[in-house]
Design a protein around this ligand. Structure first.
Ligand SMILES: Cc1cc2nc3c(=O)[nH]c(=O)nc-3n(C[C@H](O)[C@H](O)[C@H](O)COP(=O)(O)O)c2cc1C
Length: 212
């Protein structure tokens, strides 16, 4: 296994706090290309993530080719609606979804992902190691935030997986864990609405709230 020690890129100078507290799902993306040097920084950041036993199972497929992104976009849209069907949602078109629902924006991404300049697909080369791929995906998205690049973590649906693998020539034994459309945002980063940590944290025992 190759061991590469990379110096932190100077481009990642946004404070860690600002990156973490303003990173949010950016679904409306400009079609402008992402320079290769920036893409390399994102993938280097991903490669630095913690992972089980340092087995480094994460593999990434960064799709930039327009025809392939478009073909993937079709499959992504089909997958998105298949998930809604499985959940028993009553909608069949984006316009049916209540305007204040997060699903409305997610449906927009399902329509627009084909215009993303880059879509990164994340895989694991060993079975059952999703926990070792997700930190890499988050590293990639935080690095994207630092570079002013928008991202959203998304998933697919079993209905399309065979065709996705065929489209990109992905070996059957490799496990898919998520996909991240990337692009310069049309919206603004953060702040993000989240529960207070006092509502999500216990100290020492489940019955004990934190003192803050
Ligand atoms: C496991 C996972 C799956 C997600 N799937 C989708 C998805 O299919 N489509 C989408 O638009 N956003 C998806 N998201 C993004 C979430 O909707 C988003 O992180 C959440 O609503 C918070 O949004 P915010 O960061 O803009 O506040 C997913 C996020 C995670 C972590």
């Amino acid at each position: 296994m190759s061991e590469v020690r990379l110096d932190p890129p100077l481009e990642l100078s946004l404070s860690l706090g600002e990156a973490m507290f303003t990173q949010r799902a950016m679904r409306r993306l400009k079609p402008d290309p992402i320079p290769e040097s920036q893409l390399e920084i994102l993938l280097n950041a991903a490669s630095k993530a913690p992972n089980g036993g340092n087995m480094q199972p994460a593999r990434f497929l960064a799709v930039r080719d327009r025809a392939r992104v478009e073909a993937f976009g079709e499959l992504y849209r089909e997958a998105w609606w298949a998930k809604r069907r499985d959940e028993g949602r009553p909608w069949t078109r984006r316009e049916d979804i209540p305007a204040d629902s997060v699903f409305r924006m997610a449906a927009l991404l399902a329509d627009e992902i084909r215009h993303a300049p880059v879509v990164v697909l994340a895989f694991g080369i060993y079975p059952g190691m999703g926990h070792s791929v997700l930190p890499a995906m988050q590293n990639l998205m935080l690095a994207a935030r630092a570079l002013g690049i928008g991202s959203t973590l998304t998933t697919l649906h079993p209905q399309v997986m065979e065709r996705v693998y065929a489209l990109f020539g992905v070996p059957e034994k490799v496990e898919f864990h998520g996909c991240i459309p990337l692009g310069y945002p049309r919206g603004r980063f953060g702040p993000t609405p989240r529960l207070k940590s006092s509502e999500t944290t216990y100290i020492d025992a489940w019955s004990q709230p934190p003192p803050w």
